[in-house]
Design a protein around this ligand. Structure first.
Ligand SMILES: Cc1cc2nc3c(=O)[nH]c(=O)nc-3n(C[C@H](O)[C@H](O)[C@H](O)COP(=O)(O)OP(=O)(O)OC[C@H]3O[C@@H](n4cnc5c(N)ncnc54)[C@H](O)[C@@H]3O)c2cc1C
Length: 531
């Protein structure tokens, strides 16, 4: 069963190894835990709904609590304390496009706000209701999760918007295909949510981001359904898919999604290589991607992330041997771990591997075979579970991300890390900060930074710590030519920074579009656009 106040399935537990706990103790200090509320006490705080019971939705406290928050750090704190504060008045689970249209009609006659809800894995406050004089109805698409059509000639599959990662892949794999979209939240996030928040999967290098995979579909709006036909390419004016991609539930509810799929690959492997230092590692990864070596994923950890990963992996004896060997081969202190993947057929993959090894050797890369790559593949969706045991050990962990051009990657990365590391110094607190690059392009790269800090004396003060950290990093990003989000979207947390990135004219255009599809401003108020 899904955890009500944390990440993922209750039966999956990722331990914090003793060596990892010592590592954090040395860098952040002794952990400090805040008390967790019980589910019963959290349910007891859900106020009565402002809506009367209705066949199209539930007003049960349990449904309303479970859809009150996503997975951002403020959401985590609110749920652990058992006080989300604002709750939807009801939750609907439509099973067809027709029922979505009935809900839109109901919103008009009863003067409601609607929040489209996919898997609720937003990490930027997208699906949190705000205080509103209108009752709020959250629309969960979870029951619209089937593959409706597969055009095997065109390689286009049509799905209900609420299909989660495993539901998408299992239905496609049964027919020999894959979407190839694997965000770390894959277990719980949905196709509609990926499109609405412009998601990026771990193998975007091969399969593309959701922008490249999204071929068309239907958006149900207050002005009627917007149908987006599929074309391999079109010069017929602006691309209407762009109205749906990143709309974050502000323009309508996505009721069907057409995606470009691929035949399953025969062979896939992941490898680990250590580069001696960050400057060489950065150059190596840039040249690999600019040379268009056909790899399916690349993830480069900076020196602190490499050190942290090795500490949290457990197996201190084996790691000590590995480090001795690496030091002998020239990758000692300051080494950076690069994980890369090849996906395709055996011959192609052998060629890509040889090309990659040759390029990496020029930068002092020490190749360690498939062992670390296999570990990465086994744990690719498990890392978020560690948050649970870090919390129990008295530490808070959060991540943030951006993207910028190659000429600015190092500068921006250092500035983000500095802004976080120094942020709580006045309170005498240390913040452990580390970064990786995992979505790389010819022009530039995403930058993904994690930070670990200790809770304050209570929940409100801990939230204040997070606000200070988040603001410092977000301001640094927009002031230094980074996008406020490469993959997590805008939601409510990033909305204040969006005007700095887009400019006043563009913000006006987005607001006009929102009013065009939703004149009364009923859809997901406060997300994407602050008004
Ligand atoms: C542990 C963890 C790891 C993550 N890793 C990644 C990652 O690797 N890559 C990545 O891109 N993101 C990642 N995310 C962020 C998140 O998973 C993505 O933003 C994802 O796309 C959200 O999908 P969802 O179905 O959960 O949408 P939700 O969180 O339910 O909603 C997100 C937004 O989309 C809108 N929406 C959802 N469904 C519809 C619909 N049918 N019609 C209209 N609007 C809709 C909502 O209104 C909301 O504004 C991660 C999150 C977590 C918690």
């Amino acid at each position: 069963m899904r955890r009500w106040n944390g990440w993922g399935d209750e039966t999956t537990v990722v331990e914090l190894p003793a060596h990892g706990a010592d590592f954090l103790l040395a860098r952040v200090g002794a952990g400090w835990t805040l008390p967790d509320a019980s589910l019963d006490s959290a349910l007891a705080l859900v106020p009565p709904s402002r809506l009367a019971a209705h066949g199209l939705y539930s007003i049960e406290a349990h449904d309303r609590l479970l859809h009150a928050r996503g997975q951002s750090l403020p959401d985590w704190l609110a749920l652990r304390e058992g006080k989300p504060g604002v709750y939807p008045d009801a939750v609907a689970y439509p099973q067809s496009q027709e029922q979505i249209r009935q809900l839109l009609a109901l919103a008009q006659t009863r003067d409601l706000c609607l929040i489209p809800y996919g898997g609720g894995t937003s990490v930027a406050g997208h699906i949190n209701p705000t205080i509103s004089s209108r009752p709020v109805l959250t629309v969960s698409l979870a029951r619209m999760n089937r593959m409706l059509e597969l055009d095997e000639q065109s390689l286009i599959a049509t799905f209900g918007p609420g299909a989660s990662g495993p539901q998408v892949e299992s239905q496609l794999r049964a027919r020999g295909y894959t979407l190839g979209h694997f965000p770390q939240s894959w277990e719980l996030s949905t196709l509609g949510g990926w499109v609405a928040s412009r998601s990026s999967g771990q193998q975007s290098l091969r399969y593309g981001r959701i922008e490249q995979l999204f071929a068309g579909g239907t958006l149900e709006t207050f002005a009627g359904p917007l149908q987006i036909p599929t074309f391999p390419a079109s010069a017929a004016g602006p691309d209407l898919r762009e109205l749906v991609l990143g709309c974050e539930g502000r323009f309508g509810i996505i009721s069907s999604v057409k995606v470009r799929v691929s035949a399953l690959a025969d062979d896939e492997r992941f490898y680990g290589v250590f580069l001696p230092d960050w400057p060489r590692a950065l150059q190596a990864i840039r040249q690999l991607v600019q040379a268009r070596v056909p790899l399916s994923m690349l993830r480069l950890s900076n020196a602190v992330e490499t050190q942290t990963q090795l500490a949290l992996a457990g197996y201190p004896k084996q790691i000590a041997w590995l480090e001795k060997y690496l030091a002998l081969r020239g990758a000692g202190e300051g080494k950076c771990l690069l994980t890369f993947g090849v996906t395709g057929n055996r011959r192609q993959n052998a060629l890509s591997l040889a090309q990659a090894r040759q390029q990496l050797k020029r930068f002092g890369g020490v190749f360690t075979g498939t062992l670390l790559g296999k570990k990465w593949a086994q744990n690719r969706f498990r890392f978020p579970y560690l948050r649970e045991n870090l919390w129990r050990a008295g530490y808070v962990v959060d991540t943030l991300e951006t993207a910028t051009d190659w000429s600015n990657v190092d500068n921006l990365l250092n500035k983000i890390e500095d802004s976080l590391r120094d942020c709580l110094a006045a309170q005498g607190e240390r913040v452990h900060v580390f970064t990786h690059l995992s979505h790389v392009y010819g022009e530039g790269s995403s930058i993904y930074t994690s930070y670990v800090f200790r809770p304050a004396a209570d929940y409100p003060a801990t939230l204040e710590r997070w606000k200070a950290l988040k603001h410092a990093a977000s301001q640094t990003i927009v002031e230094n030519h980074g996008t406020i989000s490469h993959q997590h979207g805008v939601g409510k947390d990033h909305a204040p920074y969006l005007p700095m990135e887009k400019g006043a004219l563009a913000m006006d255009a987005l607001k006009t579009l929102s009013r065009h599809f939703d004149p009364a401003g009923r859809l997901n108020p406060g997300t994407l656009l602050q008004e």
